[in-house]
Write a protein that binds this ligand. Structure first.
Ligand SMILES: [Zn+2]
Length: 139
C-alpha cells in the first residue's frame, strides 16, 4: 500500500480553527466554551451559540463520545484514498461535553458499528501541519 495521505483533501487552518488543530497536533481535543454561560460548542465560531457573547476560551475535553449516526463510503470520490482503505466510515459523534463532530470511525469492523457506541478520539498525523482527530471504540 502506498502512502496517499498527502494527496487527501485537508482542512484549511484559519485564525478561528488554529487552536483546534494545534490541540490535535499535541494530542488534545479542544473545543470552545463560553465564559459567560459555560456552553461548549463545535465547530468553531466567534460567538457563543446560546448567549451570542464573544467571551470564550478553548478547553481540552475528554475525547470521549458516542456514535449518533454514520455512513459508509464505498465509492472512490477522491484520488487520495487507496482502494484497500474502503469502505470509509464517516460518523457523527456526540462528544461527552455535548457538541457534535463529524469524523472518521476507525479500528472497528463495519458490522460492529451501532448508534450509542462509546468511542474515543485517536489522532492521525496527516502532514506536519495537520493531525486529524478520528474516533475508535472506547477501550
Ligand atoms: Zn454563552
Amino acid at each position: 500500500m502506498t502512502d496517499a495521505t498527502a494527496q487527501k483533501p485537508l482542512p484549511p487552518i484559519t485564525r478561528l480553527t488554529k487552536p483546534f488543530w494545534d490541540g490535535c497536533r499535541e494530542g488534545e481535543l479542544r473545543i470552545q466554551f463560553c465564559n459567560i454561560c459555560d456552553r461548549p460548542w463545535f465547530p468553531p465560531a466567534d460567538n457563543c451559540p446560546r448567549c451570542l457573547m464573544d467571551d470564550w476560551e478553548w478547553r481540552t475535553v475528554s475525547g470521549h463520545g458516542t456514535v449518533w449516526s454514520w455512513i459508509q463510503m464505498h465509492q472512490r470520490y477522491f484520488p487520495g484514498w487507496e482502494p484497500d482503505e474502503y469502505p470509509i466510515t464517516i460518523a457523527l459523534i456526540q462528544l461527552e461535553e455535548g457538541p457534535y463532530i463529524y469524523s472518521n470511525l476507525v479500528n472497528i469492523p463495519a458490522e460492529e458499528i451501532r448508534c450509542d457506541l462509546a468511542v474515543e478520539v485517536t489522532f492521525h498525523k496527516a502532514t506536519d501541519a495537520v493531525t486529524l482527530p478520528f474516533f475508535q471504540p472506547r477501550r
